[in-house]
Design a protein around this ligand. Sequence first.
Ligand SMILES: [Zn+2]
Length: 119
Amino acid sequence: MAVDERELILTLFPGTDPELLPPGEVLYYREGERVVIEEAPFRVELFPLPRPALPRPAICEACGRPLGGAYARFFRLRVPGRGPEEVYRYVVLCEDTEACRERARPEVLRRILRKGILR
Ligand SMILES: [Zn+2]
């Protein structure tokens, strides 16, 4: 199983660049207001920001679709780290996570996931 292999590598070599691990299954779903992207054992939670007035369509980072204001949502994720300073990153995603998941490719979701685990 790819997941076991990933966990084994991380147990033996903590801090291995996720890029070097064999690919696992990428999950992308809503959990209440939050959006979760997961590739075991990594997981990031994206918190929605108040809806801004978008002057022009934004592009969803997960599926690449241009989105009008009502369909786009800004999310913020906090990057964990040892330093005292907080590091946040911002992602624009479709408001409709289920529809977005149908279109989003795993390698693109993986890139967003990495934003939340690497400084
Ligand atoms: Zn999307």
